[in-house]
Design a protein around this ligand. Structure first.
Ligand SMILES: Cc1ncc(COP(=O)(O)O)c(C=O)c1O
Length: 412
């Protein structure tokens, strides 16, 4: 069946919230993908930073298949071994105290926001004694305010959208959750200016992904941590895109010598099965109590067996060491391209999350790379090509990518 026919069928059934590229992918192996007409592509998008281990990893596939044969789902009313194991491994690599498994990144953010609100409510409760149970009756506003960052992206559910710093995504769905105040990323004074006596948390990505691959500056992140300590606010770091080894540490915040109270993770955690998580430590780890949060699928044996396998493989194959090496190689290569082509006006990022900012819209470049050079990229913001390949890429893949990308850039 020709791709055109499939695309036509898709356009008749799938809810149209995406403008998709005209390619139907069929299968993958390693860092390569093949479309339904048998054409081969080099993948530097990894399904938006999901396929850390690449496609068709034998050990991962076997682990998921084994669990599929054994038990796929049991509900959170009971215990299951894969979720305990995946939880133990995730706490070990993060140093956090508790984990809650979700089905996606946006749900992980929802959970993190609920911890913040619950933490604030608990504090009010402590101050007012049991009186807070009657807050509604007394018309006392218990809304804990959350400071979020301009240009941040945290997901599409109404809560996650409320802290997403892009009005274009937010406005059509207003009113969103109240009590969100926006500050400028990497501007400590602007965060300080948003703190009130109702503030309960600050949420940010350690590296802004969708917003254009902007890493947090060390002084900024440390400064926000210090503000959170001073005002008793929870620091929530969203590591959904930049976490899971992508920067050369398991989590990007581990480069900075700060630790969040709450963090979110998803994407590469499942290497293609839908799983996310929010993790908490210290006072945040006990803020919510039984009955406060739940999910039918979250943390079921199938997806946590996948996450457990991913975490095992990361450790066994020293994935973060590899990312540091190949990430530095990619950085060098992209610096070379930046020096050569005037259309590139910026280069940012760390490890295997990097961005090239262009003087022209990135969409047309990404489309040319895909259709003419069989190179899969994803854009970020309007003018940035995002490089988030599978973490297993080799220097030879970087060379191949650069050669093909150069042909596209030379024609702009
Ligand atoms: C930083 C960040 N947070 C949250 C999300 C939402 O995750 P999901 O699409 O799995 O709901 C994304 C998705 O791109 C993201 O990059």
């Amino acid at each position: 069946m020709a791709d055109e026919t499939r695309i036509c069928r898709a356009e008749q059934v799938l809810y149209k919230t995406y403008n998709r590229f005209p390619v139907v992918f069929d299968h993958g192996k390693g860092v390569k993908l093949w479309d339904s007409e048998g054409k081969e592509y080099l993948d530097f998008g990894a399904g938006i930073a999901v396929m850390g281990l690449g496609y068709g990893d034998e050990e991962y596939t076997q682990a998921v298949k084994a669990q599929l044969d054994k038990l796929t789902h049991i509900s959170n009313l009971f215990y299951n071994e894969p979720s305990i194991e995946a939880g133990e491994k995730l706490l070990k690599v993060s140093g956090m105290d508790r984990v809650f498994f979700t089905n996606s990144g946006t749900e992980a953010v929802e959970g993190a926001l609920k911890i913040a609100r619950r933490y604030h409510y608990n504090k009010l409760h402590e101050t007012m004694g049991d009186g807070c149970d009657g807050c509604e009756e007394l018309q006392i506003d218990t809304t804990g305010e959350i400071i979020a960052m301009n240009h941040a992206f945290h997901g599409r559910s109404l809560g996650a959208l409320s802290v997403t710093g892009n009005a274009h995504y937010r406005l059509p769905f207003a009113p969103l959750i109240p009590g969100i105040r926006f500050a400028d990323f990497n501007d400590l004074e602007s965060v300080k200016a948003q703190i009130t006596d109702k503030t309960c948390a600050v949420i940010m990505e350690t590296i802004q992904g969708e917003g254009g691959i902007y890493p947090a500056e060390e002084a900024f992140l440390k400064g926000v941590r210090a503000l959170c300590d001073e005002y008793d606010l929870l620091l929530i770091l969203d590591e959904i895109q930049c976490g899971m080894g992508r920067t050369g540490e398991m989590f990007a915040w581990q480069h900075y010598g700060v630790k969040p109270d709450v963090m979110t993770v998803a994407k590469a955690l499942g290497n293609g099965v839908p799983i996310g998580a929010f993790l908490a430590c210290g006072k945040a780890a006990t803020a919510m109590v039984p009955g406060d949060h739940g999910t039918t699928y979250g943390g079921n044996p199938l997806v946590t067996a996948a996450a457990g396998a991913v975490l095992d493989i990361f450790e066994k194959r020293h994935i973060t060491d590899h990312v540091r090496e190949v990430g530095a190689y990619l950085y060098e290569k992209l610096e070379g391209l930046s020096a050569k082509y005037k259309v590139i006006c910026g280069h940012r990022g760390r490890g295997l999350i990097q961005g090239l900012e262009l003087t022209v819209p990135a969409g047309s470049v990404v489309s040319k790379a895909l259709l003419e050079e069989k190179l899969v990229f994803i854009s970020a913001g309007s003018h940035i090509i995002r490089f988030v390949p599978p973490l297993i890429i080799q220097p030879s893949d970087v060379d191949e990518m650069a050669e093909r990308l150069e042909r596209v850039l030379a024609n702009i």
